[in-house]
Design a protein around this ligand. Structure first.
Ligand code: FAD
Length: 382
């Protein structure tokens, strides 16, 4: 089989590459580090807006939503160009990739204008309030309550792991609106003002380091949310959850494939793991292309996510192990500098390894994806 792409796609790729070369922020401009996944330093806002206005933020969207009605192959080329250069199109990934996408799919025209466009243009940032203590993998077990009282919902409860909540302007919160319905059927989705009375956001550090303050606990006490902030239909929030996460997951594997390529470059070795790393990188790309060119089973996404995230983790472990105690030294540059991605490259090998864990947890844990593969691909009993 010969792999190749259409000349139109290559033209599109070249046009985007030229755009990046011309407009990408310089190292001088991009000095301020983004401190969380909803904090946009001025240069990062300008970069996102530049991409939006030129139709390069999410090329598959229509021009009014930051795109140019690109085909799936063109969207893939766009993602590959960004991932290869390790450039983020936005430093508010949940806002752009999940929340604005959900509003565009499920929201009203008014909601798209009021929230989706400002989030996509970097004028506003958003955080995702799905997980709760006791409701992560089992999202449908969520207990944050919203009771409709006249033209407002009254929200009470708690979220956790809410990335960037302390820097976000709005929160997309999944809440229980019908406690008597079966658990998947009583959920709704609300856009909540992050500084509304009764919202408390408490950031806490990750295992990567005490200065890595992205996670939050978010508490809601009698928070009043206008009825018009309901995204999608009342009690039909499960469809939004699936739609939102689906957007994120389809092409996630491209990032894992690029991370494997980074390691091929950054950690050359004459040991066996390095050969495995090269084969994993190839295998992941081939599986990903096959899935995109008309994969039969939506559960194939689970194969890509599981294989990609675990291959990245395994290879980082070997790179760390080979370096022994030197791998613990921090800070130590483990790759050429990249001003669009300060953290990764100035980190020790241990920190690079530690940063692979989110890949195996967020977006569905490895165990959950193994269950999906067992049941929906291999046909094993539950
Ligand atoms: C970096 C990062 C960022 C995140 N950002 C956000 C965010 O912005 N907003 C948000 O809402 N959430 C966020 N999350 C939370 C994430 O969605 C949850 O961590 C994830 O869904 C897992 O839920 P949990 O942590 O409650 O673990 P649990 O679901 O409690 O799982 C604990 C363990 O049990 C296993 N397990 C659970 N169910 C099964 C099963 N049925 N079969 C076999 N094993 C099982 C899991 O695999 C895991 O090993 C983030 C997580 C990370 C790591």
């Amino acid at each position: 089989m010969r792999l190749g792409t259409d000349p139109e796609v290559e033209k599109f790729r070249a046009e985007f590459a030229a755009f990046i070369d011309e407009h990408q922020p310089t190292a001088q401009e991009a000095r301020e580090r983004s401190r969380s996944s909803a904090h946009l330093p001025g240069w990062a806002r300008r970069w996102q807006r530049t991409l939006f206005d030129a139709g390069w933020l999410l090329p598959g969207n229509s021009p009014e939503y930051g795109g140019r009605n690109a085909t799936l192959e063109q969207v893939l080329a766009h993602q590959e160009e960004l991932a290869q250069r390790r450039i983020y199109h936005s430093f508010n990934p949940q806002g752009v990739g999940i929340i604005a996408a959900s509003i565009l799919t499920f929201g009203t025209d008014e909601q798209k204008k009021k929230w989706a466009v400002p989030i996509l243009r970097g004028d506003m940032t958003a955080a995702l309030g799905m997980s709760e203590p006791g409701a992560g993998s089992d999202l449908a077990g969520l207990r944050t309550r919203a009771t409709l009282d006249g033209d407002h919902f009254v929200v009470n409860g708690q979220k956790v792991w809410t990335s960037g909540a302390h820097d976000a302007d709005v929160l997309l919160a999944f809440v229980r609106t019908d406690p008597d319905a079966p658990k998947h059927k009583g959920i709704s989705v609300l856009l909540v003002d992050a500084v509304a009375e009764g919202v408390v956001r408490r950031p806490f550090p990750s295992m990567t380091g005490t200065d890595d303050m992205d996670f939050n606990e978010v508490f809601f006490t009698d928070v009043l949310v206008p009825r018009e902030n309901l995204i999608g239909e009342l009690n039909k929030g499960w469809a939004v959850a699936h739609g939102s996460l689906g957007h994120e997951r389809t092409m996630l594997w491209i990032n894992y494939a690029e991370r494997l390529d980074d390691l091929i470059r950054d950690a050359p070795s004459d040991q066996e793991w390095y050969a495995t790393l090269q084969m994993d990188a190839q295998a992941l790309r081939l599986l990903g292309y096959e899935q995109l060119s008309g994969g039969q089973n939506p559960a194939d996404i689970s194969v890509l996510k599981l294989f990609g995230s675990e291959a990245v983790q395994r290879a980082h472990w070997h790179a760390l192990e080979e370096r022994g105690t030197d791998g613990l030294i921090h800070p130590q540059r483990t790759a050429p500098d990249n001003h669009m991605n300060h953290d990764e490259f100035a980190a020790s090998w241990f920190e690079r390894y530690a940063r692979t864990f989110p890949g195996t947890i967020a977006g569905g844990t490895s165990e959950v994806h193994r269950n999906v593969i067992a049941e929906r691909i291999l046909g094993l009993p539950r």
